[in-house]
Design a protein around this ligand. Structure first.
Ligand code: FA5
Ligand code: MG
Length: 381
């Protein structure tokens, strides 16, 4: 693992490592591996799948909205809890606010967990049509479609009453219909024909709310969340009597479908066999895996305690194995007569770039077992 730079710069803001990684501070839970992602801005590289995708989405909006959407892709990922949560009406007791789900730099500052963190300020600045692309951060599970740093593109469009008054619909119905039409058009622009479905869901900041899923690798993959913006957000930011829609695209997920990329870790690869397959403006290419290395599975069982969470386990495993861990999966779960609960996790180790040696895997697993015991205070079985 390369050492993280002492200072990175994003959007004119200088971010020092010691201001983000504070090991002794209980209000901070950002590891070095996460700090090292800040400033890389994969979405701003024109030859990277995420940059190619971003530019293709820009083309769609430019074409269909005659350049009306303002674009932001360099906003600082360190935001206040007000921006990340309060401004988009996330309730005080919502799980996403917990240290288990979000990376806190201190009690008031987080690494944004979604690009929705910028909605309110951009509205206040007078923007009515905008796209915000950026790296976002979440403590999360480990598998081929989840990574603790990923990229989103937020879209936001405000309507004034004259825009829907002749439609025979109310503002909300009009915005919802326009939103779905816009995103279906985007899917067509990106994929041509693809199997997809709308699913009703809940977000604190939109009502109604939807997710779009695409059929990929024999399963439904959630690629975006969206909905009609809560009136309160518009009202709080100077847009009384208006209606708006908003969406948040998962860029890795869309790029996986578009380029046939089987594992989310590949986006971070510097291996030429990966990077050389993509170039600016080239959309039709399908990724050719350079070879398949065998995975190695290690099982680990322990008695959990009350504080145990899967996200904490995943953080420990990633801290040791980095991108060599492919999946962490609960395969057995039971409670004995004394009320003790046991979990068995299967860890899949696999490099995207080379074969791992038995020794290397055994070392990692040994360290994982030790840290799981020390940091999570669970009792190994
Ligand atoms: C949100 O983040 C909302 N802010 C989206 C939104 C914006 C809704 C505006 C309404 C209006 P969600 O948590 O579902 O929603 O994440 C959005 C997308 O990010 C998901 O659909 C998925 O494609 C992607 N995503 C989520 N977690 C991960 C992860 N760990 N790794 C990779 N992609 C992820
Ligand atoms: Mg979701």
């Amino acid at each position: 693992v390369a050492a993280a730079a002492a200072v990175v710069e994003v959007g004119g803001v200088k971010i020092a490592r010691e201001d983000v990684v504070k090991e002794e501070d209980p209000t901070n839970n950002v590891p070095d591996t996460i700090y090292s992602k800040i400033g890389l801005q994969l979405h701003r590289r024109d030859n990277h799948p995420l940059g190619i995708l971003k530019n293709t989405i820009y083309d769609y909006f430019d074409k269909n909205f005659s350049g009306n959407f303002n674009k932001f892709d360099d906003l600082c990922p360190l935001v206040s809890i007000k921006q990340n949560f309060d401004d988009v009406l996330v309730p005080a007791d919502h799980v996403s606010r917990s240290y288990n789900d979000t990376y806190y730099v201190d009690a008031q500052t987080v690494l944004r967990c979604h690009t929705s963190a910028h909605q309110a300020e951009l509205l206040r600045d007078g923007h009515t049509h905008f796209l915000v692309t950026g790296d976002v951060y979440r403590r999360d599970s480990i598998d081929s479609t989840h990574y603790p740093c990923f990229h989103q593109m937020e879209g936001f469009r405000v309507f004034t009453p004259d825009e829907w008054s002749d439609s025979g619909m109310d503002g909300t119905a009009y915005a919802a219909a326009d939103l779905k039409k816009t995103l279906e058009g985007l899917a067509k622009h990106l994929f041509g024909a693809v199997e997809m479905r709308w699913v009703d869901t809940y977000f604190p900041f939109t009502n109604p709310s939807f997710e779009l899923e695409i059929y990929f690798q024999d399963d439904w993959l959630e690629v975006l969340g969206c909905g009609v913006t809560e009136q309160e957000i518009l009202k709080n930011n100077g847009r009384i009597d208006n209606v708006a829609w908003a969406f948040g695209l998962g860029l890795e997920r869309l790029a996986m479908v578009l380029f046939d990329i089987p594992d989310i870790r590949l986006f971070w690869s510097n291996d030429k066999r990966f990077t050389s397959q993509f170039s600016e403006g080239k959309l039709g290419v399908k990724f050719k895996p350079f070879s398949k290395f065998p995975p190695c599975y290690k099982d680990m069982s322990f008695w959990i305690n009350e504080e145990f969470t899967e996200n904490n386990l995943c953080e420990v495993v990633r801290g040791i194995a980095g991108d060599l861990v492919e999946e962490v999966k609960l395969i057995d779960n039971f409670t004995n007569k004394k009320g003790m609960t046991s979990h068995c996790y299967r860890i899949a180790y696999r490099s995207m770039e080379r074969s791992l040696t038995d020794e290397e895997i055994n070392d990692m697993q040994w360290n994982v077992r030790e840290e799981v015991q020390n940091k999570l205070k669970v009792e190994l079985r």
